[in-house]
Design a protein around this ligand. Structure first.
Ligand code: NAI
Ligand code: MG
Length: 359
């Protein structure tokens, strides 16, 4: 028996609770198969927390998260809160929780399921073998630098500044090397070192850390070239690490290789093994409460949790294989079904995945 792992569950709004429910079923199945022990503690978060507690991120929810080994998050938001002031918007809770938990990287895998290749806008032969991870720095760069307006020589000007310090670069680069070590040991560091000073510092830091990981094959790629190569030969990448804004854009580009938002998982990590895991999609108010949402993004987020926080690689593989087998057998939720009349619901998809899980 392994030690008890504490999981903070913050399901949120809209389809959040539906998809998280299926992910927990999958976790319980791994308790059975592998002897893991999880203790789930639920917290209010997002719009529902605003309604019940007057704030999107109540202190007790934050305490549950801080006490946990990992956080499983659904999604937040909905039209009901769209016109609220900033402090009373669900999305403010998302920024708040990342900050309070010291999460400085966002990790998004993009792997192409063979049977869904036809759904992508790219040619199937280009997508063949695509299985990559984008590691994006979350707390620095131009999004957080000083911004202001001023009167210039020829009228109004706007200024955004991009700042990175060595420590911020080091911690994310180390994390990316560590992740590369658990995969096929290839790392692409993406920058714009031919133009930007922050990128030149980035590259220096990467080169300084690289000798600590002699097994990892490192390449430096300029961001514009990376954007092209992602569409031309995505399978050439394994782990990509980059700064905040480049990562924002490249992770969305990489996401589109796989076609559907209902399939995309993500992790946000801080120091150590603690992490927050969530689907990339939002609360999908247009389909909430109908039982038709796709739970796979959240289920694959659990696989990511097993790999990155717990080192449960075998169990992660069991989950990923089960998802693949269910899709290969032709089962689809509405978002990924070609013939919508054959689509199955959220719970049916979760049940099929659980049933397909074997050691
Ligand atoms: P969304 O991702 O919620 O939905 C976009 C489209 O994809 C919708 O048509 C939706 O039905 C569909 N979709 C999303 N997830 C799906 C799933 N699992 N299965 C089947 N279909 C799915 O993005 P949208 O509509 O821009 O935002 C809705 C709300 O979610 C907003 O309040 C927004 O602020 C919030 N949001 C929250 C996020 C989070 O909690 N991390 C991230 C993105 C948006
Ligand atoms: Mg984005």
């Amino acid at each position: 028996m392994s030690e008890v792992k504490k999981i903070a569950v913050i399901a949120g709004d809209g389809i959040g609770p539906e998809v998280v429910g299926e992910a927990i079923k999958v976790m319980k199945k791994t308790e059975e198969l592998f002897g893991f022990q999880f203790e789930f503690e639920h917290g209010l978060f997002g719009g529902i927390a605003i309604d019940e507690k007057g704030t999107p991120l109540p202190q007790e929810t934050l305490d549950i998260c801080k006490n946990a080994d990992a956080v499983l998050l659904g999604a937040v938001g909905g039209p009901k809160w769209d016109n609220n002031s900033k402090e009373l918007r669900p999305e403010t809770g998302l920024l708040g929780i990342r900050k309070a938990l010291g999460l400085f990287s966002n990790i998004r895998p993009a792997n192409v399921f063979d049977c869904l290749k036809e759904a992508s806008t790219l040619k199937p032969e280009v997508l063949e073998g695509t299985d990559l991870i984008v590691v994006r720095e979350l707390t620095g760069g131009i999004y957080f630098g000083e911004k202001f307006r001023r009167e210039g020589a020829s009228g109004e000007e706007a200024v955004d500044t991009c700042v990175y310090n060595v420590q911020e670069i080091e911690r994310i680069v180390r994390q990316a090397f560590e992740i590369a070590m658990t995969r096929s040991k290839r790392l692409a560091s993406v920058d714009k070192a031919n133009v930007l000073e922050t990128s030149r510092l980035w590259r220096e830091v990467v080169n300084r850390i690289a000798p600590e990981y002699p097994e990892v094959e490192l390449e430096h790629v300029l961001v514009d070239n990376c954007a092209m190569q992602l569409l031309r030969r995505p399978s050439s990448f394994d782990v990509i690490v980059t700064e905040n804004m480049f990562g924002d854009i490249l992770s969305d580009e990489a996401a589109m290789l796989t076609g559907s938002i209902g399939m995309l998982s993500s992790a946000s990590l801080g120091e150590g093994s603690f992490g927050l895991y969530e689907p990339v999609h939002g609360s999908a108010p247009d389909i909430a409460g109908q039982g038709i949402s796709n739970p796979i993004a959240t289920i694959l987020s659990v696989a990511l949790m097993y790999r990155l926080t717990f080192g449960y690689h075998e169990a992660a593989q069991v989950i990923e294989d089960a998802v693949k087998n269910v899709l290969d057998a032709g089962h689809r939720t509405g978002d990924i079904a070609v013939d919508k009349s054959t689509a199955i619901g959220t719970v049916a998809m979760g049940d099929l995945i659980v049933a397909a899980m074997t050691k």
